[in-house]
Write a protein that binds this ligand. Structure first.
Ligand code: AMP
Ligand code: MG
Length: 269
């Protein structure tokens, strides 16, 4: 079964994350098993991006969401390693600035949406506004609960304008998050990543899972699907995401634009 089908949340599906195994590896035993396929996918992605840029018809938007230490940065580093930076824009969404907070929650997001020919990567996204915001009651329930419909309308607008939207939830277990935090504490080279706030957020794990389940269940139409990626094994996470990207880009059926003139008649003197 294709990874796109296996991990995609169907429109209207009610997601229960306990039913998804974060250790799943589709029968592959180790990194070595995945290495060749990952390399092929990364090479293929480079070709497809070239075509995307040349055709200048579609934009591709990838949104990455996960709990702390879930692997968003590692995914970008590995899966996007073959991408030409010229056609790619990465945006990390942090706590909104004063100016951003004075606008509607999609204002900063819309500005970061990739244009035709580009791949845009969101490291966190507008979904924070129904995740951290919901878990911490940063706005009243009446406000965040309207946002699912607002997000659906916004993503429909983008899709109608030629943006292919793919949203990845990197699914790690609570035990794996513990192991990754402990590794950061042990490893001096990773101390810069240690944030005591992350340990506080961890206490709210169940609330976060409930918020993720709501977002995954309510916002996965066919034109802007969520994928739940088993992410305890970093190599499988990278393989699955690269595979879904290749499948999706191939599905766009892109063509090089016709030359501006009869190239066979041109002579360079
Ligand atoms: P990091 O990705 O580790 O640099 O952290 C960014 C922080 O910004 C995380 O704690 C997010 O939860 C937080 N954040 C991102 N978007 C929002 C938002 N819309 N409202 C509140 N906090 C946010
Ligand atoms: Mg962080």
């Amino acid at each position: 079964m294709k990874m796109t089908e296996r991990f995609q949340v169907r429109p209207g599906q009610k997601v229960d994350l306990r039913q998804y195994d974060p250790d799943f590896t589709a029968g592959l035993k180790s990194k070595t098993d995945a290495r060749r396929r990952l390399k092929e996918n990364i090479d293929r992605l480079a070709e497809l991006q070239y075509l995307l840029y040349a055709e200048n018809k579609h934009a591709v938007l990838l949104a990455l969401q996960a709990t702390d230490a879930g692997g968003k940065d590692g995914t970008i580093r590995h899966v996007m390693s073959g991408i030409n930076p010229q056609g790619c824009r990465i945006t990390s969404f942090k706590v909104p600035s004063a100016e951003e907070a004075d606008h509607d929650f999609l204002w900063r997001i819309h500005k970061a949406v990739p244009g035709k020919g580009e791949i845009g990567i969101f490291n966190r996204s507008h979904y924070e506004d129904v995740l951290v915001v919901r878990v911490h009651d940063l706005v009243p329930r009446a406000v965040w609960s309207r946002r699912y419909a607002q997000i659906n309308a916004f993503e429909k607008l983008l899709a109608d304008n030629g943006v292919a939207i793919l949203k990845f939830y990197l699914h790690i277990s609570k035990a794996e998050q513990k192991a990754r935090f402990e590794d950061r504490i042990r490893e001096p080279r990773k101390h810069w990543k240690v944030n005591p706030k992350d340990l506080e957020e961890r206490k709210l794990w169940d609330d976060y899972m409930a918020a993720y389940e709501a977002a995954l269940s309510r916002c996965s139409p066919a034109h802007a699907p969520w994928f739940i990626i088993p992410a305890n094994k970093k190599w499988f996470r990278n393989l699955a995401i690269s595979e879904i990207l290749v499948e999706t880009l191939e599905g766009l059926d892109m063509k090089f634009p016709p030359p501006m003139c009869d190239v066979s008649k041109l002579v360079v003197k």
